[in-house]
Design a protein around this ligand. Structure first.
Ligand code: ADP
Ligand code: MG
Length: 220
């Protein structure tokens, strides 16, 4: 499902190249629940952003299913992102002046789905994450765990090929983290491919496989 070959990524920092991902080879199968670990600065977010088509890479190849993700302009990247990827961020990234249901429905707005249909689907998703009665609330009226549930519902509404989560429990207390992990496990149990970046060993232990990054190289 996900296949990286000899992937390289550098940033330009103060006129010098910072080589973050080095000749990375990586395969993730459809339906896997995988974690990515590694110390701070090891390139976890860089890798996830490339997988999520939020950032470009310098050389090598990235196949998502049959699609080569390479050399896209922003418009094409946005289209692929919308169709193929569900992304969950540590800091939720909800629109502050949109209600929970409007936030969940947003990916369908960009696809041109009519308002009634996207509202109905968004309500189904909110119900699935246990927030049906919070649909008209703004993010500021929700707890951190509820905000992350809304973000997961938004990630799922477009029926993506893969859900990518960058430290999804990083801003949450341990009880709430547990609820979010249960939800991601439930999503996986329905056949979704789920990739979770984390620095918490107990989160990683609940996944089927851990990919360990060290200085931009997969070490195990
Ligand atoms: P992690 O998520 O594992 O903590 P990151 O992928 O965020 O690591 O960062 C890897 C390295 O790349 C770090 O040294 C970081 O400072 C650097 N880096 C990340 N994003 C950028 C950027 N947009 N521009 C320049 N350097 C960056
Ligand atoms: Mg990071």
């Amino acid at each position: 499902m996900i296949s990286l070959r000899q992937l390289n990524k550098s940033y330009q920092v103060g006129g010098r190249a910072l080589h973050v991902l080095r000749n990375l080879d990586l395969d993730i199968k459809a339906g896997e629940l995988v974690s990515i670990m590694g110390s701070s600065g090891s390139g976890k977010s860089t890798l996830l952003n490339i997988l999520g088509i939020l950032d470009a890479y310098d050389s090598g190849t990235y196949h998502l299913g049959d699609t080569l993700i390479r050399h896209m302009d922003e418009r094409q990247a946005a289209k692929y992102r919308n169709e193929l990827i569900g992304f969950v961020f540590q800091s939720f990234h909800l629109l502050p002046f949109k209600s929970a249901v409007e936030n969940v429905a947003l990916p369908l707005y960009y696809r041109g789905v009519p308002r009634k249909a996207r509202q109905a689907l968004a309500m189904d998703l909110l119900d699935r994450v246990g927030l049906a009665e919070w649909s008209s609330h703004l993010p500021s009226e929700l707890s951190g765990g509820q905000k992350q549930r809304v973000a997961i519902a938004r990630a799922l509404i477009g029926k993506p090929r893969v859900v990518l989560a960058d430290e999804p429990t990083g801003a949450l207390d341990s009880t709430t983290s547990e609820e979010i992990m249960l939800l991601l496990e439930e999503v996986h149990s329905h056949g979704m491919t789920v990739v979770i970046v984390t620095h918490e060993a107990d989160i990683a232990a609940r996944t089927q496989r851990t990919i360990l990054l060290h200085d931009g190289v997969v070490v195990s």
